[in-house]
Design a protein around this ligand. Sequence first.
Ligand code: DDH
Length: 284
Amino acid sequence: MSQPSAAQLDQVRAAVKKLLHQPDYDDGSAGPVLVRLAWHSAGTYDVKTKTGGSNGAGMRYEAEGGDPANAGLQHARAFLEPIKAQFPWITYADLWTLASVVAIEEMGGPRVPWAGGRTDFVDDSKLPPRGRLPDAAQGADHLRWIFYRMGFNDQEIVALSGAHNLGRCHTDRSGFEGKWVNNPTRFSNQYFKLLKAHDWKKKKLANGIEQFGEVVEELMMLPTDMALLADPKFKVWVDRYADDKELFFEHFSAVYAKLLELGLERDASGKIVNDDNLQEGYKS
Ligand code: DDH
C-alpha cells in the first residue's frame, strides 16, 4: 500500500477524538499526556548528528522508553493501542504525532500542520542517548543548551513551553506535583498570564523536590517555567504571548509542526527521503 489517503487519516483522526474523553483518567482527558508523548518522541533530536526525533517511535523499547524522563508515557501509548489495532497500516511514529495534533485542536488549540510517512524502524546506531530531554530543575542556560541542539531559537523555546497550559505533573512520574492552569484540558495562553500574574514562591515538596507555588489557587510552576520570566530575552515572548492569544496560537502551531518534523527530509511530493527503511505499509 502506498501512503495512506486523506480519507484514511481522517478515520484515525476521528478515532483519536473519540478516545480523548477519559472520565477516570487525570482531569478527564487523554489529551495532555498524548501531547507529551509526541513531544518526548521528537525532542530527542540533535541537529549535528541527525539522531533522535519522532521517526522510528523508539520509545516502544526499553533504551528510550525506560528513560526516567519518559516515566508515565506508557499511559499515552496504551491509550493509542486500540487505534493501532483498528488501523494497523499506520505506523506508531505517525500515530503518536498525529494523535497529539488532534488532541491540541480538540482541546481548543490551533490546527497544527502534520504530514505522515514516518516509519517504525529503529536504527540502533542512531539511538538517542538518555539525557536529551530537559531537566525541570534547571534554568535558562540549560533550556538553551537543550533546545538549540534541536535547532530552536529563544522565541520558539517560549512558544513551545506554552504547552504547559495542558496537563499536570505527577509525583510518581517526575516528582513534581500539580497543574499550571485551572483548566488543564483547554489549550490557551493562560499559562503565560499566570506566570506573570502571581507571586510565585519556592516550595519544597515532601519528597524534597523544589518547585514554585502560590497561595490563592493550588497551581504550580517548574523552575524551568520560572526561567522564562527571569531571562530578559525569554521574557519578551512571555509578555507578548500573555497579551496576544492569536499570536501565541500562530507561533505555537508553527513551532510544534517543526518539532514533529525534526529529522525528516521530504521531497517535493512530501515523501520522506532520508529513511531507507520505509515500512511495508508505506512502500509505494
Ligand atoms: Fe513539559 N513537563 N516540559 N513540555 N509537558 C511535564 C508535563 C507536560 C518540562 C517538564 C515537564 C515541554 C517542555 C518542558 C507537556 C508538554 C511540553 C512535566 C510533568 C514535567 C516535569 C510530568 C509528569 O509528572 O507527569 C520541561 C523541563 C520543559 C522545558 O524545559 C521547556 C514542551 C516543549 C512541551 C510540548 O508539548 C511542546 C505536557 C502536555 C505535559 C502534561 C503531561 C500530562 O501527563 O498531563
